[in-house]
Design a protein around this ligand. Structure first.
Ligand code: PEP
Ligand code: MG
Length: 588
């Protein structure tokens, strides 16, 4: 039966694919002790859930399409074997009988034990089997909960769409690597997450649709379900009937036509109708992303989130490894400027290396994060600065300091840059004279006190994702408050407008590198506020360029004046929708 699920669409595009559940969080399992008299019935409930899944697998095996790749058949066989493995079923039944656990509790307890054993295995192939165990267990859990559905045909060449409770930034990096292999994830659905959680940002960087904050997704979706994900509307259609599927297939085709049309804009300069030249830069997470930036003809890299080199690592990258990564990005950009942000560690981007200082931190987003972290770790900071300065020999590089809140931090960072430079000179290594140092305006205090910063910074970059989070006191990664996360809140817009205006007045260039810069609907507004430099994921550049090419600067100014005079973000949204250039409205 067809049904729909809803969440926050955070990365545009429509994809048709098959569900791949990544269900490794077992925290929501109820732990209810079972009395001795009830244990037999509870064990039977678990056995019968296994039996249900066994029947499903048998059905699936009979319906494997003839052209399905052999590996898919092999996976099904492995899952059937695991289902019958006494280490799983007998052990779980044993926990019910001897320790009086309820079936769900016994099941995940056994699965966790098995997963640990797999984790300890040396053979990488066997280690990988842990995911198979977790997938089988997830099916049994769904059968226990009464959510059971046989999906047929189960195996075809449709791409996987990953469903997870949450995808940590470090895991996303793994998916990005996977994206280069055969099992390319074609979309993401998470139960957690907000508009600008790093999960959402990375999905955008992969150019695949993503819907976050979808409550109950893991319970209601089963591996192999045929689904459509619409990352713009935030809709997921499960088991679509023929008519619905045909309609979405037509949309997917239209989408590729649109992409081809946008591709034709690649070589056009981004100039408004009345001749204002705008620079469109790319945000990247890894040096390899520079290729995508060049493919869309970005003016440069406006934000290299260098912390992604540090995530999911037991040993942090040393100076040479970092130098190599930065140099690769700089060389790939072929003379276009590369803005490297010093690490923004903390909050949802924690290092794997244990750090006692973070223990018991209740508000990591307000804690030792970004520039504060770097200043607390001067040796590590200087290693990064030396790596950046060395890479600057290969092309224009700028250093960007994240989350500045006081001039003192900028001065302290500049002292470290001077020391890093001296250390390189002492080693006899060349360093270019001119490596501009900029600051990210993402804490309201910095925007309000901007005049203090313009004399000590060479450029400014507005990080709207955090600026919204800190202005509105909304955790950007928290799905429960996602509805309050409002880029069009008058306070947020006033801070952005004032930063652009004061920066320009002081002769310090300003860019916006938060997700707002990549939203074509907001492009005329930011243009009207005086912005000339946008930085966004490469995949967004064609859409924003298309919007700006259809704008007149004088009209955009009037729009910005009207918006800044408004107090209600709903009215602001309708002003923006009405101001959308007619050509784009027709295309939408
Ligand atoms: C921002 O906060 O807008 C930003 C660009 O930084 P990040 O999303 O990496 O925190
Ligand atoms: Mg930020």
């Amino acid at each position: 039966m067809t049904f729909a699920l809803y969440g926050n669409g955070v990365s545009r595009g429509v994809t048709i694919g098959r569900v791949l559940c990544i269900d490794d969080a077992h925290d929501d399992i109820t732990h209810s002790p079972v009395s001795s008299a009830e244990r037999g019935a509870e064990a039977e409930r678990l056995r019968s859930a296994f039996e249900t899944v066994r029947e499903d697998f048998q059905h699936l095996r009979l319906h494997v399409p003839s052209k399905a790749p052999n590996e898919l058949r092999a996976i099904l066989e492995v899952h059937m074997m695991l289902l019958d493995d006494p280490a799983l079923i007998d052990a779980a039944v044993g926990l019910i009988e001897t320790r009086g656990m309820n079936a769900e509790w016994a099941l995940v307890e056994t699965a966790d034990l098995l997963a640990e054993q797999f984790d300890r295995m040396d053979d990488p192939y066997l280690r990988e089997r842990k995911h198979d165990v977790l997938q089988v267990v997830a099916r049994v859990r769904k059968a226990l909960a009464g959510h059971r559905r046989i999906t047929a045909p189960p195996l075809d060449d449709l791409p996987p769409i990953v469903i997870a409770r949450d995808v940590a930034p470090a895991d996303m990096i793994e998916y990005r690597h996977m994206a280069e292999g055969a099992q390319k994830a074609a979309g993401f659905i998470t139960e957690a997450g907000g508009q600008t959680s790093h999960t959402a940002i990375l999905a955008r960087s992969m150019g695949v649709p993503a819907v976050v904050g979808v409550r109950g997704a893991l319970d209601r979706l089963v591996d192999g379900d045929l689904i459509v994900i619409d990352g713009e509307q935030g809709v997921i259609v499960v088991q679509p009937d023929r008519q619905v599927l045909d309609w979405y297939r037509a949309r997917v085709l239209r989408q590729s036509d649109e992409k081809a049309a946008l591709g034709a804009l690649r070589s056009r300069a981004c100039v408004t109708i009345d001749g204002r030249l705008i620079e469109l830069h790319a945000n990247i997470e890894l040096p390899e992303d520079a290729i995508a930036a060049i493919n869309v003809n970005a003016s440069g890299v406006g934000l290299f989130r260098s912390e992604f080199l540090f995530l999911d690592r037991d040993e942090l990258p040393d100076e040479d490894e970092q130098f190599d990564a930065y140099r690769r990005a700089v060389s790939a950009m072929g003379g276009r400027p590369v803005t490297i942000r010093t690490i923004d560690i903390g909050a949802d981007k924690m290092l794997r290396v244990p750090d006692k200082r973070m223990d018991g931190t209740e508000n990591p987003a307000l804690g030792l994060r970004a520039i504060r972290y770097s200043l607390a770790e001067p040796k590590m900071f200087r290693a990064q600065l030396r790596a950046i300065l060395r890479a600057a020999v290969y092309g224009p590089v700028r250093i960007l300091l994240p989350m500045i809140s006081s001039v003192r931090e900028v001065e302290a960072a500049r002292e470290q840059i001077v020391r890093a430079r001296a250390e390189l000179t002492q080693r006899g290594q060349p360093v270019p004279d001119d490596v501009p140092v900029g600051g990210m305006i993402e804490i309201p205090a910095a925007a309000v006190a901007l005049r203090a910063f313009t004399p000590v910074l060479d450029f400014l970059s507005i990080g709207t994702n955090d600026l919204i989070q800190y202005t509105l006191a909304i955790d950007r990664a928290d799905a429960t408050v996602a509805d309050y996360y409002d880029p069009l809140h008058p306070a947020v817009l006033a801070l952005i407008a004032r930063t652009i205006e004061e920066g320009e007045r002081a002769g310090v260039s300003v860019s916006v590198c938060g997700e707002m810069a990549g939203d074509p609907l907001l492009a005329p507004l930011l243009l009207g506020m005086g912005l000339r430099n946008f930085s966004m994921h490469p995949a967004q550049i064609p859409y924003v360029k298309q919007a700006l090419l259809a704008c007149r600067h004088d009209e955009a100014r009037q729009l910005a004046d009207a918006v800044l005079a408004e107090n209600d973000s709903r009215v602001i949204r309708s002003l923006l929708a009405a101001a959308r250039p007619a050509a784009l409205r027709a295309a939408a």
